[in-house]
Structures are given as structure tokens and as C-alpha cells.
Write a protein that binds this ligand. Structure first.
Ligand code: FE2
Length: 285
């Protein structure tokens, strides 16, 4: 007996390993998107993983710095980060929480560890904005751990839905231009599942514990600090290796626009970058 299916399974196009680097005032991290190997994956501009229990690796934090033209998404697994900006907004990002910050036309903010020892573990993802939305007003979506729905897809398969839709479950992040899907998936050893993905979105899998086989064929296991870029399709099959495996599954609508990038400014043209620099210097953020 065969089961008819018209699902288009996504496969791995390439894999990229995170590169050790440092940012902010000397925070050690692994850059997966936004480094030498993968400058961007439209609409994603950067993906960093920070993971250390040595305070020297994180304590200096990210003092005041600007952003314009895109969104930053911080997902904390362990530790506490204090956020504050030049418009009076502040908040504490705790383990399990997400901050989806739309920088839009510009903010100056700081992201500082609020602990002196212990484990600090999490991710920062940068999501682009289309040209028509780059100069919108800044917006925050601070989401507490309890507000992120958790779905049991089967025995040993648990998914936190941060953004987008999984079956009938809709994540709490709303009204983002890239129409993102952001899932945190935990698979018990050897377990597998098939996830539905928006067919035209660009998508990746990032493994942060264990190892996972992605797609129908086996291009080699995707293990910790390894990102798999996927081709197009509406379904994704993932299977854990011999240990508990944790992955981020992220998808977004590509904008297909020119990218002009200078540090924390991501615009469409060089002229807009010059404007951003001059606006920052003259206090217009
Ligand atoms: Fe920042």
C-alpha cells in the first residue's frame, strides 16, 4: 500500500558551520549567518549563537549601539540579559523568552548580561525589512516564556512555536514583514517528524544540541553549530541522531532587494547608509 502525498520535501542545499568571533564589547560567540561562509540568507542577515559559562566570554555585553533598517530577534536559552534603549524602553530577557525588536528607522540600545557567573546561552537573529518598511517606527515584542506555545507533535517531539504557524498553533510574534516561521524543536534520540513550511520561504535548520538528519537524503549529520540551508518545498523531515537533539527551524519570505550593509545599518543603497551615519551623529535616532 502506498500513501499518496503531494508534499514537496525540502532538502539540504549546503551546510555551514558557525565561526568563532567576538562582538559588542568582547562577547565571544559563533557567527553562522553574516560571516565569511554565508553573508546572508534573504531575509536573514545574521545568526549568532552565544554559549559560555565563563563570564569573561560574555560579561562585557553589548553597550550602547545603534540599529537601523531591520529587526533583531533575541532568544534566550539560559541566563539573563538586560535591554535598554534611548527611547526609554527597557526589559529583562530571561531564559526561554524572546525579544523581537523592529529597529525600523533607528534605535540606540544596550544588551547587557544581568549575571556575574553561570551559563549564558542563546541566539540573535537579524531579519531584514523591505525598502518600504525600513524607516517605520521602532517596535518591541517582548515575549515571556509562558506565552510561547509548546506543541507535542508525537512521542519525543516537542516544538515551541515562537513565530508563524504549526498546524493550528500560531506563535505570539505578529505583523512581521518577512512572515517568519521560528520553531524551537526538541527530538528525543532517534525520533523524527515532518514539519510544514511556507513553500516559497527561504529556510534553514540550525542544530544546537545532538545531531539531526535533514530532508530525505543524508548529506551527513547536521550537528552542533551547523546550519543547513534548505531548498524550496512545503515539508521538512528531521530525524534525531542517538542523543536528544535540539534545532531551530526558521523560514522567512525573501525580499529580493539590494542590500547595503554597514555594521548595524542595513539599507538598500549606499546613500541610505550615509544618511544613517549622519542621522546617528546628529542625534536623530
Ligand atoms: Fe543590538
Amino acid at each position: 500500500m502506498s500513501i499518496a502525498t503531494d508534499q514537496q520535501q525540502r532538502r539540504v542545499v549546503r551546510t555551514i558551520r558557525g565561526e568563532p568571533t567576538s562582538d559588542g564589547a568582547g562577547v565571544r560567540l559563533f557567527r553562522v549567518i553574516g560571516g565569511q561562509a554565508l553573508a546572508e540568507l534573504d531575509p536573514f542577515l545574521l545568526l549568532d549563537e552565544f554559549l559560555s559559562d565563563d563570564p569573561d566570554d560574555y560579561i562585557a555585553g553589548f553597550p550602547d549601539h545603534p540599529h537601523r533598517g531591520f529587526e533583531t530577534v533575541t532568544y534566550m536559552l539560559a541566563g539573563r540579559m538586560r535591554h535598554g534603549d534611548n527611547q526609554g524602553n527597557s526589559g529583562l530577557l530571561e531564559a526561554g523568552s524572546v525579544q523581537w525588536m523592529t529597529a525600523g528607522r533607528g534605535i540606540v540600545h544596550s544588551e547587557m548580561p544581568e549575571q556575574h557567573d553561570g551559563l549564558m546561552w542563546g541566539f540573535q537573529l537579524w531579519v531584514n525589512l523591505p525598502a518600504r518598511a525600513k524607516m517605520i517606527a521602532p517596535r518591541y515584542q517582548d515575549i515571556a516564556p509562558a506565552d510561547i506555545p509548546q506543541v507535542e507533535l508525537g512521542p519525543g517531539v516537542t516544538v515551541r512555536v515562537i513565530a508563524g504557524r504549526l498546524g493550528n498553533t500560531v506563535g505570539p510574534v505578529s505583523a512581521v514583514e518577512a512572515e517568519p516561521l521560528y520553531l524551537d524543536v526538541e527530538l528525543a534520540a532517534g525520533m523524527s517528524t515532518t514539519l510544514e513550511l511556507p513553500p516559497e520561504h527561504n529556510a534553514f535548520v540550525y542544530c544546537y544540541a545532538g545531531d539531526v538528519t535533514v530532508g530525505g537524503e543524508d548529506p551527513g549529520p547536521v550537528d552542533h553549530r551547523c546550519l543547513a540551508v534548505l531548498d524550496k518545498g512545503d515539508a521538512l523531515r528531521v530525524q534525531a541522531g542517538p542523543q536528544t537533539t535540539r534545532i531551530l527551524v526558521v523560514a522567512g519570505r525573501p525580499f529580493g532587494e539590494p542590500i547595503a550593509r554597514y555594521g548595524p545599518f542595513v539599507m538598500n543603497t549606499r546613500e541610505e547608509i550615509m544618511d544613517a551615519i549622519s542621522d546617528l551623529r546628529s542625534g536623530r535616532f
